[in-house]
Each structure stands twice: as C-alpha cells, then as structure tokens.
Design a protein around this ligand. Sequence first.
Ligand code: TYD
Ligand code: MG
Length: 455
Amino acid sequence: MAQRKTKSIYTCSNCGYQSPKWMGKCPDCQQWNTLVEETVPSSKGKTHRIGESHAKPLRLKEIASQDEPRKQCGISELDRVLGGGIVAGSFTLIGGDPGIGKSTLLLQAIDQLSRNGKTLYVTGEESCLQVKLRAERLGVNPEHLFLLAETALETIFDKVRDVQPDFLIIDSIQTMFTTQIESAPGSVSQVRECAGQLMQQAKNSNLPTFIVGHVTKDGSIAGPRVLEHMVDTVLYFEGDPGHPYRILRAVKNRFGSTNEIGVFQMSDCGLREVKNPSEIFLAERPEDAPGSVVIPSVEGSRPILVELQALVSSAPYGTARRTAMGIDHNRVSLLVAVLEKKVGMSLLSHDIFVNVAGGVKIDEPAADLAILAALASSHLNKSVPRRTVVFGEIGLAGEIRAVSQPELRIKEAARLGFERCLLPTSNSKNLETPSGITLCPVATAQDALDQLFDH
Ligand code: TYD
Ligand code: MG
C-alpha cells in the first residue's frame, strides 16, 4: 500500500512564520525558540477542483442591502467597543493574558444575551460545574445558556446543529482541535484550522461567534496573532495584574471604529463598568508633587485623563537607567534628547523613570508634551502648577505640533475642574473654549517650560 507522504515544516508559534528548516530565532517577529515542527501531508496528488461552486458574480445594486441588525449585550462598555453591539454572523476574537478576565467578561455578557436567545458556551478549560459555580458567584443566571465541556471541533459542530444557538462562545481556541490535522491542540496549524472552520460556520449559518485566545509572552501556545487577519473583530483585554483596572481595546473591527476602548474594574463580584475613568485614574494623584502631570489623552472617541509620573535622580554609577512603563521608551529617549539639546537641561548622568499611573498604556504622540513636562518638573524639583493639563506632539527641533481632537481633550479637562491647558499653537485656532478653562498656546518645548516653571 502506498504510504501518504508527509513533510515537516517549522512554524513560529508566535506569529505563524513558516520555514522548511529549524531556526533559533524567528526572522519575522524576532522571538527566540518559537519555531516548532509540524507535519503536513504532502499536497502531491491533490488536485484543486474548479467549477464546483455555484456562486456567481453579482452587481453591487443587485445585492439586497439590510441594516446590520445588532444585538446589545447590555454591557455598554463592551457594546461600544464592538461598534454598537453584536453583528449577525460576526466572528470576534478576545485575546489577552491568562487570568486577565476574558471568561468573566463573556459570562457577564451572556447574562443579557441569553434573555433574547440561546447561547452555547463551549469550555475547553473548565468543567461545566466550575463554569456554573462562577456564573452563580457573578449573579449570572440566564435561562437559555447551554454549557458544553468539549474540545473536539467535530463534536462541537454536531452540538451546534442540535442546540441551534443564537450565539456561540469558544473558550479557548487553544484547547480546541480538529481530527483533520495531526498536530497537538494549541499548535499554530490547529489553532488556524479550527478558527477557519468556526469562521466558515459563523458566516454560513449567520451565527455570531466569540473565540477566546490566550497571548503568552514565551510563545509556548500559539498566539492569537496568527488569527488576526482571519477574524472580523479583534478585542484585546489588557491590564496590569497588580491593578484592578482592565481595558478592552478594539485593534481591528470590520463593523466599527478601532482604538475604541472600554474600561472595567475587577471586583469580587466580577467586572464592573467604569463610566468615568478619568476620575478614577486621577483619584490618588498627589497634587503639587514634582514629576506628576495630567494628560488628556483620547482613546477612540473617548477622552481619558491620566496621570503621568517621572522621576529623575542622579545616577550613582556610570550608566544611567532609563525605564518607561505604560509608554514607549523610545519616545522617552527622544524627549530626553530634546531636553538636552533644545532646552539645555543636562540629564545624561541621571536615572530616569517614567510611569503612567493605574497601569494604563498610552501610545499617542499627544503625550509628548506631558512626558517632557514631567521630566523637567522632576529634574527642576518644581511641581507643575495646580489644575493644569498639557498635550501636544514634540518634533526633533523642539517644536510643538498639532494633535487630533483638541476640543474633546479640553472639554474633558474642563469637566473635571482643570483651569489651564497648554496646547500646540496650531491647535488653538478656531477652538471653542468651554468656560472655566484658559488655553495657553505654546510653540516650542522651551516656550512650554517657561509657561510651566518660569524656567
Ligand atoms: P478569568 O475570567 O478566568 O480569566 P481568563 O479567562 O482571561 O483566563 O479571570 C480570572 C481572574 O479574575 C482571577 O484571577 C480572579 C479574578 N476574578 C475576580 O477577581 N473576581 C471575580 O468575580 C471573578 C469571576 C474573577
Ligand atoms: Mg478563561
């Protein structure tokens, strides 16, 4: 009997890069030791059959348009991140570190969803009893929730046909496997194939599907990054384990805006929505402390005030340390260089620490001016004046450049009782200023520091 030939291929478990030979470092994502061997059946002898499908091209105007009917899950932070609710037949990936709260969030979302229709929750990680105990603790008691502890994809498809759910949740994709592929559950090819088949089911039967994917730093389980291009929506649930705040971020959304965020707080009875994140992030701010600055940052359509802290202290040994948390350290290095060269502040022999309070991450250039102000404030040991916020991008020549959505930022700052706002000159034209806040346009880094510290 002729044996079916198989060949080996090495796949990066982090990014999905494939290579015919093993390598220590993935040339694509630069991670070490992530290439794992997988066997794939030889494609020799397989012929692609053409002409089987009955799909035919349609004129755009022939396609019946329908308003995407969206279903709300009752958690407004989640609905907003999804773009206004769940679209029929949509396929959503919720990624995040293990233990961050993905299962908890979905269980809470099911509560409302299952009042309108049937939900099938497939768990590959916990037993049905464990899920039930958790649901009870969360006060989730929906009538139409069906639990299934199963990892074989083929069985899951059978059960979906039996139950005919209105929503399907797969927790997690790394535990699922299909018998069509030989490699172990969690390997890149299994994860990709399972997600592909689930996606097809979602589209064919118009079944909204959520899949949970763990991201691990060492890449030992296939990261959901290999799935990002397949799915409709990618939500990342992030947060610092030491802080109760969790941020749900849309990084891709075919049915809504990306970079929309939802803020939650983990409590002993599950996740609670945080409607006023600015107030919480500023609650513990030490006023008049040198090095502390408030930034009105914008996430999607939402302004959030966060506190940025810097500590500049003289380095006792030769090499100075530069540490940045919640912010890109390259940005900090750039701004240190601007302070050295354009303002004449010598930071070369100083340790520099920058941190965003509350475990928040900021990755917009509008934070530049705040980083610069925090560094200068700590170095000069002078606090930034009370009730002042700053925003603006800084160029290499020390110039302050315009950023997006200045009005939103100023409005949120005024709402929280801030009285002064330093902003780029080019942003300050034709702006409606809310009452109670004074705008101070600044054009250069030096200009900004003069305004803040009479430097
Ligand atoms: P979980 O949803 O199991 O995380 P994931 O599915 O992302 O792996 O969340 C587990 C964490 O959440 C765990 O560390 C405990 C915490 N938690 C609470 O603090 N309160 C609660 O009510 C629940 C259900 C979980
Ligand atoms: Mg879980």
